[in-house]
Design a protein around this ligand. Sequence first.
Ligand code: ARG
Length: 574
Amino acid sequence: MAEVVNPFARAAVEAVAAATGCPVADFTVTAPPRPELGDFAVACFPAARATKQPPPAVAARVAAEFTPGPLLAGATATGPFVNFRADRAAAFAWLCEATLGDGDLAPASVGAGKTVCIDYSSPNISKHLAYHHIRSTVIGHALAELHRALGWRVVGINHLGDWGTTHGMLIAAYLKWGVTGPLDVAALNGLYLRFREAMKTQPELNDEARGWFKKLEDGDPEARALWQQFRDVSWAEFQAAYDQLGVQFDEVRGESAYEADMPKVIELLEAKGLTSISEGALVVEIPGEKTPLLLRTGDGTTLYATRDLASAIYRWETYGFDRSLYVVDRGQGLHFKHLFAVLAMAGFAWASRCEHIPFGLVRSGGKKTGTRAGNVVLLKEVLAEATRLARDLVVANNPNLADAEIDAIATQVGVGAVVFANLAPQRDRDVDFDLEKVVSLEGDSGPYLQYSHARCASILRKGEQTVALDDATRAALPRLGHDAEWAVAKRLLDFGDVVARAAATCEPHILAHYLLDLAGDFSRWYTAGNGDATLRVLCDDADTRRARLALTAAVRTALARGLGLLGMGAPDVM
Ligand code: ARG
């Protein structure tokens, strides 16, 4: 069972563990079905099994023996559950420390001393970074940020597809036809498509391409120089997109980097007696699998899988990871299943630490997007269009802003909208992409979240008071306590556990949905003040106002932090 991060919920689990003599790890915390029942429900089934008593009897005893402490104010039993109530004053104070003071909503202790390698984006050179690449990029980036927030050492890796027979095709095509305009990814992609088309009627081109790849592998200077040029041109285009998305890698190490390791990897597998020859190729047969893992073709060239074996070993030897994640579309599920199986067969115990993190496809207009068909949806075009739409929205809301400021906000909102649309659906679902909806302020969109953040910022500006965690603020906090305020606070308390869960399961959508819930709770509280003057944030009573502004600032901090973890900006004005 995962550790409970929020100290109030943890106190609830610890209270039940202490009262029953069962280990803390046996229990989990859930929310009671109705808020009036309490804040944290702990089911007593594990203790009931251990003591052979009916669960309701255990729950009743735990509740009866409970004495209030600094974090928990009360406990009542409902059936098999003990429902605990947090000490609200203590919770508000803790939240303000965590958001405005030195504390942190996401505790950096969870991952201390642990290392995660995350292979993400990893596009193939000489092709456009098509829109579907964004899913790997944004999911991987979010996973990196989530782990980092929890104190993990994160190694973000771009395993560029810069090796393989495709590069032989490109060299052959380039030497055959050349390019008329500038040599860029569009030109390279054009060569690739033309070559594949030509191969249909001229099968001998296949041999030509293989020949060039063989030369490339053998270090032929002409082949190498062209390949390097294609790689540089491609990286320049990728880098521009990563800059727009605010994505950086700790290591950019393409498939080509493993070229020198190939003989070693193959020897290792041969020495273990795992290899065999099948139709001229060197393979590893995997028990229970219909197809083998291909190591080397008949003409001696190594394959994607061989290089993945080498890179997995390299990562282990270099980083000694606790987790090694591969954020790659689910179409490669079998490849990773076989890869991890072969690593395990080779005797690497750490193979169990490798995980394929698959994701669904992006459909625009009902069609899946891909480069091969030529109907590419380009990431840079999507981002440009999203930014244009976002600009209209920002201008409509803020007619008096300077142009430069509008551009900066529009970029954050446009890019953020696209990022959020990729993260909000469950990872393994296909994503239907409707740009108008993605950029809309209505509904569960990225811009809606950013707008909620900007709204908090605007309230704080109107409050004309810098919200610092000083003595005056601390003294005012006991003014908070209304149920609508408590609903907001309770949601904030969940932040750390949500981040921990999203990281553990590699599901950024858990955080995305949490932030929507938080924005909703905040909005309900804030708008309740329109109908009920006693709830108004910007009220006349100075202390109450101070306390409510502190809670507003806490929400703003949590939204900004959460958006940042998802890889989105949080503008103060929208
Ligand atoms: N370059 C591959 C592709 O675009 C993805 C590589 C993923 N990472 C890996 N280690 N296999 O399909």
